[in-house]
Design a protein around this ligand. Structure first.
Ligand code: XIL
Length: 447
């Protein structure tokens, strides 16, 4: 019968493809965030836990990010738990991993009120002793990684919400100039590392960020080495400050770099699809604000997976704050970052399987068809596809499925050997059918 083929081209028939919930390409085909960032002049980072840098966690950390920040490993309490006795194991491991993956490292953090060793916080020190302890700490740690780190969060969280200085071991013992001194000591220990002051709730224009702005301005006027400000960006769902870009810009205009250093966006658990969609919009907005300002040089998430986030243990009832779920599947938030960086990927429908119908070749009395069942984020162990023919078409023969037709209604079920459709996979079956008059493509239903 094929000798009776008309001149209809195959391609014009395939153009009649009916798509229903067809799964898009696998995630692996998406351009990694680090490459999208490079194209925009942005370094894309994540906080990491050194002991986890193997398997899927290590694969994603290495493939998707161009910067690592040790989540805890470089804090004073981690590196010098007992006075004079140092533990660099995890910090060294993270630096080695970064070097092996052509990544920057942001050192975090040298001077903070939190996560200090108890020998330090419980000691009673004169101002002079405290200054010597701090100088030695900075010289030792910055010196150890001299030439290997792109940046240091030298001072972390120096301000209260109203813009006054936070009352800490350092402020109380050394006065506000502990900040200038720490920066100067850090510069001496590694002249190549960019030196930052880092804080939270300074993402929008407010009293706290204005205090930071005034501090940076005065440090620059005094010739104190300061290269950048870190906006931590531990945000709440739906609350990206409207003045984020304006705030980044005003720091840039002061002549310093800006980094989004600890981005996460938390929500009330359990998360639902509406929250995850809002989170995508929020991640996209933050990334877009950084993209819009040339001196916003680095955007770092504070843990890339919900299984490695500080949020759930810190904010009861809140979580799901990172771009990957606890099983390392990218969430809509991941695609929010990617899209703001110019990526064109679209998130796969979560937990969807679907079927598509296409006409292959067609001749004056018959045609061949193919139906493909695809799954993404879900799987099937058996399947049934149904459709209704609108113009008298009749199935004459099927392969790789059992098809029956009653009137216009067609039902096809899997063969004994192809009922399984794995997550990310597909199964196809084919058929011959007759037609006359017209051959419209039906809507197919899976299930
Ligand atoms: C957090 C870590 O992620 C947790 O593992 C740890 O228990 C507490 O500290 N601001 C900072 C980070 O600058 O160092 C904090 O990291 C999160 C808030």
């Amino acid at each position: 019968m094929r000798s009776l083929r008309t001149g209809l081209s195959l391609t014009s028939l395939v153009a009649g493809l009916a798509l229903l919930l067809t799964a898009p390409a696998a995630h692996a085909a998406d351009t990694p965030l680090r490459d999208l960032g490079t194209a925009k002049g942005k370094v894309i980072g994540t906080a990491v836990t050194g002991s986890k840098l193997t398997g899927a966690y290590g694969d994603i950390a290495g493939a998707q990010f161009s910067s690592l920040t040790p989540g805890n490993a470089m804090k004073w309490g981690s590196v010098e738990p007992t006075q004079g006795s140092f533990n660099w194991t995890e910090a060294d491991q993270i630096v080695a991993f970064a070097q092996a993956h052509n990544q920057q490292v942001r050192g975090h953090t040298l001077v903070w009120h939190s996560q200090n060793p108890s020998w330090l916080t419980n000691g009673s020190w004169t101002s002079a002793q405290l200054g010597t302890l701090l100088q030695n700490h900075i010289s030792t740690e910055v010196g150890r990684y001299k030439g290997k780190l792109a940046a240091w969060d030298v001072v972390n969280e120096p301000f209260n919400e109203d813009g006054t200085y936070r009352s800490t071991l350092w402020y109380n013992g050394l006065g506000a100039d502990y900040i200038a001194n720490a920066l100067t000591w850090a510069r001496a220990a590694d002249p190549a590392a960019k030196l930052y002051i880092n804080d939270y709730n300074v993402e929008g224009v407010n009293a706290k960020s204005t205090a930071l702005y005034n501090l940076v301005k005065s440090l620059k006027e005094r010739g104190v080495p300061i290269d950048g400000v870190g906006l931590q960006a531990h945000l709440i769902l739906g609350q990206v400050p409207s003045t984020l870009q304006q705030n980044i810009q005003r720091f840039a205009d002061l002549g310093v770099d800006v980094a989004i250093t600890e981005l996460d966006i938390r929500m009330t658990l359990p998360s639902d699809s509406a929250e995850l969609a809002q989170q995508k919009a929020d991640y996209k907005a933050v990334t877009a604000a950084c993209v819009a300002v040339a001196r916003c040089v680095n955007l770092t998430v504070w843990g890339f997976t919900d299984s490695d986030s500080w949020v759930e243990s810190t904010f009861p009832g809140q979580g799901a704050a990172t771009p990957y779920d606890a099983n390392y599947a990218p969430k809509p938030a991941y695609y929010g970052i990617a899209e703001a960086l110019g990526g064109t990927s679209t998130p796969p429908p979560t937990g969807a399987c679907g079927a598509s119908y296409s006409v292959g070749s067609q001749w004056n009395t018959g045609f061949t068809g193919t139906v493909t069942i695809s799954c993404s984020g879900a799987s099937l162990s058996s399947w049934k596809v149904t459709w209704t023919y609108g113009a008298g078409q009749r199935i004459t023969q099927a392969w790789n499925a059992g098809c029956t037709q009653s009137g216009a209604a067609v039902t096809c079920v899997n063969a004994s050997y192809n009922g399984t459709v794995p997550d990310g996979g597909s199964v196809s079956f084919g058929f011959n059918a007759s037609w006359s008059g017209s051959n419209p493509v039906p809507t197919v239903t899976l299930g």
